[in-house]
Design a protein around this ligand. Structure first.
Ligand SMILES: [Zn+2]
Length: 396
């Protein structure tokens, strides 16, 4: 079915803000973008649909765990991060795939309805996550701190992940405090051979910092409880330096959180071309700190934005997430950059820019309508700060 969409404003990071632009959509794909008046002269272009506001690309959620959608951020009263993880893992393990499946599908649908077009979805339940559709990178997360079991874990994970699918599938490293060096290296090599992005939770808490540096602190309680018998050789360096020493950091590595990083860490990540996925609402909830986003931009790191899961965030609405991000960092970041981080920059880094993140011929018509009666110079501020709760997926 062919249609011309006409918004008061059509906005993306490549063309900026345009007030007389039409978008031709044919069978879910954008086939033309251009001057609206010129388009309507061509009768073959199909029905015109008018939108009294903004049309923009659906946002890209660079970090979430859809399989945790049965939980609530208010559910796990916790004394610290380790306490939260233990409560969450116990709750998750008490439920079967069949129990959490409907909530995953519902949460994803709701996120899409509110303006998310693509997800980097980290999870452990292979079949469930692969059933969630093809507008995701399913990052099949691996955990295993003991070197002795890393070969077996990798063999099992790579075997199932390699089964042909229309769903983009990569392996993911949970974190430097829960994955052994050889398992990290194997995962990275596997992903690089396939051109896939490697996601890793990195420098999320001060406990992680202490553990990687010296092998002590609260993370040992977590490992004692979850693993029992474990070994870890203290690295004597920061988590970022540690994973870099193992060859983990390059321009296909998505470092999630990076709340506790120093200048040396950021220089290293910048040099390697790695990106950061910032989940500010989750960070406030779990560590009480937020990352130094100003420094990320100063170091020219690629900054992406994610919601994290319902277990640490109030919703999976990316417009709520970018509003929280902009509210926290408005003194150091422009609304234009926030919008770009959640659309084009994310798409480019993830290798999906030919399909998502902009309004260009050939991309999927994953579009959002935002009712808006303001001026053109107010559009980006509105999208970054005020659009949450008002955004509507354009159904074609
Ligand atoms: Zn996460």
């Amino acid at each position: 079915m062919r249609a011309i969409l006409r918004g008061r404003f059509v906005v993306d990071s490549l063309r900026g803000i345009n007030s007389d632009m039409g978008v031709v959509v044919d069978n879910g794909i954008i086939t033309d973008v251009g001057n609206f008046s010129d388009m309507v002269k061509n009768a073959e272009n199909g029905d015109v649909r008018e939108f009294d506001g903004i049309i923009c690309p659906a946002l890209i959620n660079a970090h979430t765990h859809l399989e945790l959608s049965s939980f609530r951020d208010t559910q796990f009263q916790h004394s610290d991060f380790v306490d939260w993880v233990i409560k969450l893992v116990n709750a998750r393990l008490s439920m079967m795939s069949v129990d959490v499946g409907p909530d995953c599908h519902r949460a994803k649908r709701e996120a899409e309805e509110s303006g998310t077009g693509f997800f980097v979805n980290v999870g452990n339940d292979f079949d469930l996550n692969r059933s969630l559709g093809d507008n995701q990178i399913f990052a099949f997360e691996q955990i295993g701190i003991n070197e002795s079991s890393s070969g077996k874990i990798f063999a099992g994970a790579s075997e199932v992940a390699s089964v042909e699918s229309h769903v983009r599938t990569a392996l993911a490293v949970h974190s430097p405090y829960s994955v052994s060096p050889s398992l990290m290296k194997s995962i990275k090599l596997y992903n690089n051979l396939r051109g896939s992005v490697t996601s890793i939770h990195l420098s999320e808490t001060s406990d992680e910092l202490e553990f990687v540096m010296s092998g002590t602190g609260r993370m040992t309680d977590l490992l004692n409880q979850r693993v029992g018998k474990w070994q870890f050789n203290p690295a004597g360096m920061s988590p970022v330096e540690y994973v870099d020493s193992l060859g983990l950091l390059d321009n296909r590595t998505l470092c999630v959180h990076c709340v506790f990083t120093n200048e040396k860490d950021l220089d290293l990540m910048s040099k390697r071309g790695s990106a950061v996925a910032v989940c500010v609402r989750s960070n406030r909830e779990l560590s009480g700190h937020v990352p130094a986003v100003e420094n990320f931009f100063q170091k020219r790191l690629r900054v992406l934005i994610g919601t994290d899961s319902r277990a640490s965030s109030p919703d999976l609405d990316m417009f709520s997430e970018i509003a929280a991000f902009y509210s926290e960092f408005h003194s150091v970041v422009t609304p234009e950059q926030v919008f770009r981080s959640a659309t084009y920059d994310a798409a480019q880094f993830l290798g999906i820019a030919s399909t998502f993140g902009s309004i260009s011929p050939g991309t999927a018509a994953a579009l959002v309508y935002v009712p808006f009666d303001g001026r053109g110079d107010e559009v980006l501020e509105y999208l970054a700060a005020d659009a949450q709760g008002k955004t509507i997926k354009v159904n074609l």
